[in-house]
Design a protein around this ligand. Structure first.
Ligand code: FCB
Length: 452
């Protein structure tokens, strides 16, 4: 039998993000975000659903931390809503917003759960979007001021910080294809957004190093990686995955770790891809302490001349299990991507900061229990794949399941459930699913239960 025991100080966590769970988006003086505006604009989201209530976590955070205790988590990844801290995006600080996150951190620490804070998980203050948002070069300083405010407010208790969650989605969904806030689709904007996101990241890292939080704490970046597999060995298909791999997997990591953007971005964006000042690349390429990787699936792709700008078409893998978001379940690519990161970027400490699956399993009509066998299997297989990477020498320090709770899945509204814990949105009742119980068992055995 395989031994799936993990290193002794491994972090076993779950992840969430502010707009997806908190609700009360304008409470206590908070400023509206682009997600508030986007979701309140007709036809942008599934059934026009918004994050106005979500999981009501803003008011129920104590119960939710108690649930984390019940699952045995020793870490929790959450994000801060920038607009709760700076209602106008810059300038005046809203103390009540800081107080909320401060109370949450205290509650976690009381239960020995390590807080892992993400500063930006997509909910840009609307006031900043009105000034150009991620298109405005000044955003690097706006973001760094906000980050420094949080380092000062929580740095005595929070040791793990991430600047941005999935910059690729901000650019691709928010500015190139328009399916996420702020809903632009503009080939010429996308490169500017990529670059300003990375400059903001760099400025925040710089501020961290000169803050007292930087003395003991660690700072990193969270990216979503999706291994690309060619549909055939034809030159065109191989070329396609070279491009899509650069676009999705190397666009943010090459500049951060190697000091340069991948060449392929010129090919993809053409005249929309500018050349950047060296000093920007130096700012972006500052050392970070860890990398967070969000992994959900892989893609098999083939060449398609019509589908600009990438000229790639995903080929559905109909023989595999598909999740509720039509993502193929493919655990071995998790091992592959972890090994690839180590090989390409060196031995940086890694965390899996998100991994999970949407499936719909309703409560049993009589006893209310939720059996979600496909999600149990998803976790079993992906945690085994993570362990496999550690056995092969990857410096993986922790794993965060997405997500603690069923929650607001962006443009898909409440139609996709990713939680270890079921949320009845009409009563806000939480019920731990069988996947939550399974994860608790894995945690209490430090991985050994994965052998079963
Ligand atoms: C990731 C996001 C997270 C959630 C999961 C399903 O891309 O970071 O907020 O939506 O996907």
């Amino acid at each position: 039998m395989n031994d799936y025991t993990f290193p002794a100080d491994f972090l076993w966590g779950a992840a969430t993000s502010a707009y997806q769970i908190e609700g009360s988006p304008t409470a206590d003086g908070a400023g509206r975000s682009i997600w508030h505006r986007f979701s309140h604009t007709p036809s942008n989201t599934y059934l026009n659903q918004t994050g106005d209530v979500a999981c009501d976590h803003y008011r129920r955070y104590k119960d939710d931390v108690a649930l984390m205790g019940e699952l045995g988590l020793n870490a929790y990844r959450f994000s801060i809503a920038w607009g709760r801290i700076f209602p106008e995006g810059t300038g005046r600080v809203n103390q009540k917003g800081i107080d909320f996150y401060s109370r949450l951190v205290d509650e976690l620490l009381e239960r020995d759960i390590e807080p892992n804070v993400t500063l930006y998980h997509w909910d840009l203050p609307e006031a900043l979007d009105n000034r150009g948002g991620w298109l405005n070069r000044d955003i690097a300083n706006w973001f760094a001021d906000y980050a420094a405010t949080m380092f000062d407010a929580l740095g005595d208790r929070v040791a793990m910080w991430s600047t941005l969650n999935e910059p690729w989605v901000v650019m691709d969904g928010g500015y190139l294809f328009g399916v996420m806030a702020p809903g632009h689709s503009n080939l010429f904007e996308a490169p500017l957004v990529t670059h300003n996101l990375l400059r903001a990241h760099g400025c925040a890292v710089q501020r961290f190093r000169s803050s007292s939080a930087g003395n003991n704490g660690k700072i990193g970046l969270v990216v979503n990686l999706e291994p690309k597999y060619p549909a055939s060995q034809s030159a065109q298909d191989l070329d396609t995955v070279r491009r899509t791999d650069a676009y999705m997997n190397r666009q943010y990591l090459d500049p951060v770790f190697l000091g340069n953007y991948p060449e392929e971005l010129n090919e993809i964006f053409g005249e929309a891809w500018p050349s950047w000042p060296d000093e920007d690349l130096r700012l972006i390429g500052q050392p970070i302490d860890f990398l967070g990787i969000n992994y959900y699936t892989r893609k098999v792709e083939r060449y398609d001349a019509e589908l600009l700008p990438l000229r790639a078409k995903a080929v559905p893998q109909v023989e595999s299990t598909q999740t509720g978001t039509s993502w193929e379940v493919f655990p071995e690519a998790l091992t592959r991507i972890l090994l690839w990161v180590k090989e390409r970027y060196g031995d940086v400490p890694l965390y899996i900061t998100e991994n999970g699956a949407a499936f719909y399993d309703p409560p049993h009509p009589i006893d209310g229990k939720i059996e979600d066998p496909l999600r149990v299997e998803y976790y079993r297989q992906h945690l085994r794949a993570a362990h496999d990477a550690i056995s092969k020498g990857v410096n993986l320090r922790g794993y965060f399941a997405w997500s603690l709770l069923d929650n607001y899945e962006w443009a898909l509204g409440y139609s996709k459930r990713f939680g270890l814990v079921h949320v009845d949105y009409s009563t806000q009742t939480r019920r731990i699913k069988s996947s939550g119980r399974y994860y608790a068992k894995v945690i209490s055995s430090n991985g050994a239960a994965l052998a079963e």
